[in-house]
Design a protein around this ligand. Structure first.
Ligand code: NAD
Length: 294
């Protein structure tokens, strides 16, 4: 079985690396946080002490880092681990990041003879743990085929979205739709409460009407409506508001670069940005607490 270097063993990367181990890959993992390393080590990941060591001789290098700046720092600096990879190796960046950084990474790969895929994911921590993530993949079809066993070990669906950066474009659009629908749900439940409509009644109507959406079932903003919702658990994060604010910022950047003027997406970004200032650590569904009323 091939060797996979894995950088970024956090909420998502940790279980993804663990699933690669379960599938029989040798996984050499690195994170700057000790606790993340320990947890991955317990799952069978061989812990190394630098990104270069994770990449050394590996057939694949997977990264799951928070933001574009982390990807730039780790992969595009002078000490880039890309130059340590085995010849013909494939770099798969699963982080949700900006399109220009993703394309720069691809260009650096071409310089070094490394094939690069941008492969951001959907499915959250539960999908990462269950190995049921959806990958939105930008890059060459032939590279995706070679990377398929690695992607299959971590997810259940691969959508090839186009050339370099296309995965990040798809992810940014998806997050804009998710964030906007979650913001609209928070407003709808607030209106209902203020006008004396039981949350359960609104929920029952929405779930069988044209207002139904994924956010209603997975990020229900009020407690007592859906089993195991973050709202039922004091808004402990399933997906933190700060990460959603970051993703909406990426959507705005993508829109600006394409000359598209956002109204809905920009408003959703402002709502989650405001919320993130004080409670970015809470689940994104807690945005309902910051709907202004008079
Ligand atoms: P996280 O903060 O839990 O994990 C990121 C990890 O990267 C951390 O363990 C951190 O220590 C590590 N890291 C940071 N800088 C590093 C460096 N220089 N070298 C090595 N490790 C470094 O975040 P997460 O929830 O795992 O999210 C990772 C990415 O996946 C983000 O881009 C996020 O937007 C995206 N994502 C998250 C979810 C989710 O539900 N959490 C869902 C889909 C996509």
């Amino acid at each position: 079985m091939s060797t996979v270097g894995f950088i970024g063993l956090g909420n998502m990367g940790g279980p993804m690396a663990a699933n690669l181990v379960k599938a029989g890959f040798t996984v050499k993992g690195y994170d700057v946080v000790d606790q993340a390393q320990r947890k991955a080590g317990d799952a069978g990941v061989e812990i190394v002490t630098s990104p270069a060591e994770a990449a050394d001789g590996a057939d694949f290098l997977v990264t799951m880092l928070p933001k574009g700046q982390h990807v730039r720092d780790v992969l595009l600096g002078e000490q880039s681990p890309l130059s340590k990879l085995a010849s013909g190796a494939i770099m798969i960046d699963c982080s949700s990041i900006d399109v220009p950084t993703s394309r720069d990474l691809n260009a650096r790969g071409i310089e070094l003879g490394i094939q690069v895929l941008d492969a951001p994911v959907s499915g959250g921590v539960s999908g990462a743990t269950a190995g049921t993530l959806t990958f939105m993949v930008g890059g060459e079809e032939s590279t995706v085929q070679k990377a398929q066993p690695v992607l299959d070990a971590m997810g259940s669906r691969v959508v090839v979205t186009g050339g370099p950066g296309a995965g990040q474009v798809a992810k940014a659009c998806n997050q804009m739709v998710f964030g906007s629908s979650l913001a609209a749900l928070a407003e709808a439940f607030t209106i209902a409460q203020r006008l004396g409509l039981e949350p359960q009644k609104l929920f029952d109507v929405l779930r069988t009407s044209s207002g139904d959406c994924w956010a209603l079932h997975n990020f229900t903003p009020l407690p007592g409506l859906v089993e195991n919702s973050a709202a039922d658990n004091d808004y402990a994060p399933k997906f933190a508001a700060a990460l959603l604010a970051k993703d909406l910022g990426l959507a705005l950047t993508a829109a600006n670069s394409a000359g598209v003027h956002l109204a809905v997406g920009k408003t959703a970004l402002a709502m989650f940005d405001d919320m993130a200032k004080e409670s970015g650590h809470l689940d994104a569904s807690a945005v309902i607490k910051s709907i202004p009323t008079s």
